[in-house]
Ligand binder design. Structure first.
Ligand SMILES: [Zn+2]
Length: 392
């Protein structure tokens, strides 16, 4: 595979197209993890190939590089995972001008944050965010997305598996920040880090995204070729999935994933998945394994996922559209967290019907405060649905 240094990427903005016709603004981010250059290589290629089509191009495309020093070193990160730093406290520090120049990832966070802010200020919407990654295990390409109806509708255009609700398990991801702003924003995982196919998958994904956002017409590119490329890679898996378990590795734990698991692999109850301090970790039900960890850095050992039945997706769409959640505070043990009415506080001792499944149906993401209380936030409340109306 082309090394990232071969493409001489040392700038935050690695490419940009300003179309002659008005249109949306797309932000692609590659290399948030420095050991994942495939997205950057693909962006560099697509943007160069499209330079000659400026006259027929609608709106803007920005290709942004993530963790520059880590990319140059070919490592995931130096001190902190840049894709876990996008929490409100850190962003407030940037806004307040608090400087922590001793930490390389905090410097990257600050620079990318300002770059995004500038683009949001200077350009017109609608805005779309795409975060490009690769994984340590072998995988078919897939999408990870915060579960709002807007995100669901847009991502369902791609012929790849879609994983809903990863933000419940990962705090501080760039996408959680952009989703809080209400924009369409999601991640694309193009394949295994070193697999040359990961670059091709990213190229196909970028071209499809340009068409789905209306930046370029289908006829201007080999749309069917790119669509079929992704579709052929993901046959039998094109569906929505939910994560129901994350195995988190403790600070001093000796965790070893058993070799040979591929992403989305079906596993049966009792399957030996990994070892923790020499003791086996077994699956407790039939399901699929997701993102098994085969690299030294990171503390997400593996996730377990299951397919979401279509009926469940449809019911949740209806319940969210009629704002069913607005009657919940009438029930005992449930109250709004503030006047904004986008967050509920639930006393679990009283409101026992508040299961995770029920919350997901209504578009809420759960965060447990303690044994008795749950704080749940509505993903739909921030969604800028009207800005994308009739666009796709
Ligand atoms: Zn990554």
């Amino acid at each position: 595979m082309t090394k990232v240094s071969d493409t001489a990427i040392y700038n935050r903005i690695i490419g940009r197209i300003k179309g002659k016709i008005e249109g949306p603004t797309l932000l692609f981010i590659g290399g948030m993890h420095g050991n994942e250059p495939a997205g950057i290589i693909a962006l560099d290629k697509v943007l160069k190939d499209l330079k000659c089509k400026k006259d027929i191009f609608k709106g803007n495309v920005y290709a942004i590089a993530g963790n520059l020093p880590a990319l140059q070193k070919g490592i995931r990160y130096q001190e902190n995972d840049l894709n876990r730093l996008w929490i409100q406290e850190n962003l407030n520090h940037i806004k307040d001008g608090v400087n922590d120049s001793s930490n390389p990832e905090f410097n990257e966070l600050k620079d990318i944050y300002r770059t995004i802010e500038n683009i949001l200020e200077e350009e017109k919407g609608p805005f779309y965010f795409f975060d490009l990654h690769t994984t340590s295990s072998q995988t078919v390409p897939f999408i990870t997305v915060n579960d709002s109806l807007l995100n669901r509708k847009f991502t369902s255009k791609y012929p790849v598996p879609i994983i809903l609700g990863i933000e419940e398990f990962l705090e501080g991801a760039l996408l959680s920040y952009t989703n809080e702003l209400g924009y369409i924003a999601f991640g694309f995982e193009g394949g295994q880090h070193e697999n040359p196919n990961a670059v091709d998958n990213h190229i196909a994904f970028i071209y499809l995204s340009l068409v789905f956002c209306g930046s370029i017409s289908k006829n201007e590119i080999d749309f069917d070729g790119y669509f079929n490329h992704l579709s052929d890679n993901t046959r039998g898996l094109q569906s929505f999935y939910e994560i129901f378990k994350k195995y988190e590795i403790k600070p001093d734990e000796d965790f070893i994933m058993n070799p040979g698991f591929t992403n989305f692999q079906i596993i049966s109850n009792g399957k030996h998945l990994a070892n923790s301090n020499g003791k086996p970790i077994l699956a407790h039900q039939n399901c699929r394994v997701f993102m098994p960890l085969y690299q030294a850095k990171g503390n997400d050992g593996f996730f377990l996922i299951r397919r979401i039945p279509k009926i469940f997706l449809n019911i949740s769409k209806v319940l969210r559209t009629i704002h069913f959640d607005r009657i919940l505070p009438l029930l005992p043990g449930v109250s709004w967290a503030s006047n904004k009415k986008d967050e509920l506080i639930v006393n679990l001792k009283i409101a026992r019907f508040f299961t995770k499944k029920f919350l997901h149906l209504l578009g809420y993401r759960s965060r447990r405060i303690d044994k008795n209380y749950l704080r749940v936030k509505n993903r739909e409340a921030a969604s800028r649905d009207s800005e994308y109306e009739n666009l796709f």
